[in-house]
Structure formats: C-alpha cells, structure tokens
Design a protein around this ligand. Structure first.
Ligand SMILES: Nc1ncnc2c1ncn2[C@@H]1O[C@H](COP(=O)(O)OS(=O)(=O)O)[C@@H](OP(=O)(O)O)[C@H]1O
Ligand SMILES: [Mg+2]
Ligand SMILES: [Mg+2]
Ligand SMILES: [Mg+2]
Length: 375
C-alpha cells in the first residue's frame, strides 16, 4: 500500500459516518416508537425519510468543512420534494435533526458549525451532493441510508461512504447501526427479528472501513452518548471466512424479490452445491457480513431494466475485497465505478464471495443456470 495515502480522508470519513449512525439511531427509534410523519415516497415509489435527507446534509456539510468546499460528492437524495411548500414541517424536522447531530461533532473529534444551520443552508448541503462522478478526479460517494425499507421496518440498514479517485474506489466506510458486534450475531438477531427496540448497548452497531491496497479492513463499535466509550475509538481487524466448501457456505441476498431474483439465485445456489437457506438481509450489511466472515456469498440479480447505482456498492465492494474476498459481476468481470452514477456494463448481477474458489464455483453456476433458464 502507498503507506499513508488518503489516511486523513479516511480518518474524517470514519468519524463522519459515526456521526451519521448516531443520527440514524435516534431517528429510527422515534420512527418506530411514534407514528410521526417522517417518511415519503419518491417518484419511483421507493421510500425516503428524515434520516436519508438529514444524513446527506450532515455528511455533505462535514466533508466540506473538513476537506474543503470544492470537493465533489455523488449521493442518492435530492431536495425536490423536501423543498415544496407542503413539506415545510418535514423540512423543519430535518433541520432540527441535522443541527442536533452537528452540535455533537466534538464527541467524534470533529468541528461542527459555529451557528445553527438555517433551512436554506441545510437544503444547500443536501443539493451540493449532486456530482455525477466519472473517471477523472476525486469523488465522494454517499448512500445516506442504504436499505431505507429495512430502516423504516426497524431492521438492518447502512450508511455508506466511499471515495473514488481516478475511477477506482480508494476508501470504503460502512456504518451498520443494527449490526451485532459479536461473531455470528447477525444470524442470531435476524432469527429473533427484534433488533432495535431493546438493543443491548455495546453489542449492536459498528462502523467498518478500509483503504484500497491495505489488504486489511477494520471494525469499530458505535459510540453511544450514554456510554463510557470515547474517541479515539478502538478498532479490530476483520477478515473474510475461510470456508470454501459450498455445502457449509451461507449466502446472502436482498429481502425483496423486486430487488433481486430469488428463484434464479436459488437455482445458482443449487448448481453451486450450496445447502443452507439464504440469509435475507436489507442493505449493504450483506457486504459487511462477507467482510467480517459471517457469511460467504452475496448474490444480487436485479431485473434487466434496473441499473445498479455506485452508492449501493462502492463502500461494500472495497470492504469485501480488502478483507480478502472477491467481487465481480455475474460474468466474472470487475465492477466499473468510473462511468458516473451507474455501474455501466454490468453483466446480469453481482457476486461477492469470501474467496476465489467459491467465487469460481458461483460464476460457473451462474452460467449453467443461465443456459438452463434460457432453454
Ligand atoms: N428494482 C430494483 N432492483 C435492484 N435494486 C433496487 C431496485 N430499486 C431500488 N434498488 C436499490 O436497492 C437498494 C436496497 O437494496 P437491498 O439489498 O437493501 O434490498 S432489500 O430491501 O433487502 O430487498 C436501494 O437502496 P436504498 O434506496 O438506499 O435503500 C436501491 O438503491
Ligand atoms: Mg433509496
Ligand atoms: Mg442504497
Ligand atoms: Mg439510500
């Protein structure tokens, strides 16, 4: 690795994602326990919440403050519906949430604003994250809340921040506020399906991060306000699983059939010799599960009319790769983050594996399943 390259950027990114996780935890708790009006449908019928906008504003503002207002940020949300007159109470809520979060910046070793941000400053912070990426220069890539459906349902979700330089992902940070820190915790918690309301503090929630070429990935527990943990936070190395026998491997896939073809994945699983039931998890927590060795495979087969976005993958892909895994499209080709907001040229789907052997088997199984499904 080119020693300290991007270490300052990574340091800032990790802290900012911690702040965003803290924001999300608070909003998710309120969303679940009260019936307050914090969720909207977008034009494509997907959901957006106070947390999605608030994280985008907070991360956008903090990155610009720490790294300079010239930085380019590509992110999922825009202000179209939030700036309509009928959304004024929603906007007021976002402004409050953002200011509460920014006021806590020092808890994470960062500097917040001197004065509270106005509504128009918050809208500006959201809409300044509207770069389109590309193969030249440096771009931050943010999914403020990935797995918004999981978030709204009180389940798994992630805050995903990556940095692309010259078309390559160089930094990946994934905040997973409902990811149990203990080994195999995800499987246990997803069986119980009651993560949030009685989260055992210190046991749930982490931020994972890596740098391109480091061949290492780390995990830090979340720092909760009422706990003794303080910055600087402790980090432990994470690593992919060493299981290469398909019969023992666990595979993850999206919860919703509309986001990934479950029956095609079941065919691939069968062809590859997988025996376990799929672990269906919302969000990029699926990549996190591979990176930290709790599952071995992540398969995603979106419909052919859907184009995958870079913010849904950049951070997770780098984490898996640096933790020792392999990620390609379903044809075995590397994912291309250099073409703007979409993963252009993606062949059928995405296969992430803990090791090369499993990956080769899976790609072979995709070909076999594809041919038989097209007979
Ligand atoms: N049709 C279709 N096909 C594939 N993917 C889609 C589709 N529509 C949306 N999206 C993107 O999927 C992101 C959520 O993925 P998940 O893996 O969390 O899916 S699931 O909720 O578990 O089913 C989700 O990310 P968020 O919007 O950040 O939640 C979307 O970017
Ligand atoms: Mg969304
Ligand atoms: Mg997403
Ligand atoms: Mg999102």
């Amino acid at each position: 690795m080119e020693n300290d390259e991007f270490s300052e950027e990574l340091n800032v990114a990790v802290r900012v994602v911690h702040m965003a996780c803290s924001l999300c935890e608070k909003v998710q708790k309120q969303l679940i326990s009260t019936n307050s009006d914090q969720v909207r449908s977008k034009d494509d019928d997907s959901l957006v919440t106070v947390a999605d906008w608030s994280v985008q504003a907070t991360v956008g503002w903090m990155l610009a403050k720490a790294l300079g207002s010239h930085i380019s940020i590509v992110a999922e949300e825009d202000t179209k519906s939030l700036s309509r007159p009928e959304s004024s109470s929603l906007l007021a809520r976002v402004v409050d949430v953002v200011n509460e979060c920014l006021a806590e910046a020092t808890r994470f070793g960062l500097q917040g604003p001197d004065n509270v941000l106005s509504a128009s400053q918050v809208l500006d912070a959201i809409s300044r994250c509207s770069s389109i990426g590309g193969h030249t220069g440096r771009h931050w890539v943010l999914d403020p809340v990935d797995g918004t459906l999981g978030f709204v349902r009180g389940d798994q979700y992630a805050v995903a921040l990556a940095m692309i330089d010259g078309g390559d992902v160089k930094i990946g940070v994934l905040g997973c506020p409902n990811y149990p820190v203990k080994d195999d915790g995800l499987k246990k918690y997803s069986q119980q399906n009651l993560i949030l309301l009685n989260k055992p503090s210190g046991e749930v929630g982490c931020v994972m991060y890596t740098r391109k070429g480091s061949r290492k990935a780390w995990m830090q527990p979340l720092i909760h306000r009422d706990e003794t943990l303080e910055w600087p936070n402790s980090a432990k190395l994470i690593r992919v699983s060493s299981i290469s026998n398909p019969a023992l491997a666990t595979f993850c896939e999206p919860v919703e059939k509309s986001n990934s073809d479950h029956s095609f994945a079941a065919g691939v699983a069968c062809n590859a010799g997988l025996r376990k039931k799929p672990l269906r998890v919302y969000s990029m927590v699926k990549y996190a599960a591979i990176a930290r060795g709790e599952a071995e495979i992540y398969m995603r087969f979106a419909s052919s009319s859907y184009k995958e976005k870079i913010w849904d993958h950049a951070a997770g892909v780098l984490l898996v790769q640096e933790a020792g895994g392999v990620v390609t499209d379903a044809g075995g080709h590397s994912l291309d983050f250099s073409k703007g907001i979409y993963l252009e040229g993606l062949d059928r789907g995405i296969i992430a594996c803990s090791g090369r052997q499993l990956h080769e088997k899976l790609i072979g199984a995709v070909y076999a399943s594809w041919e038989s499904s097209n007979l």
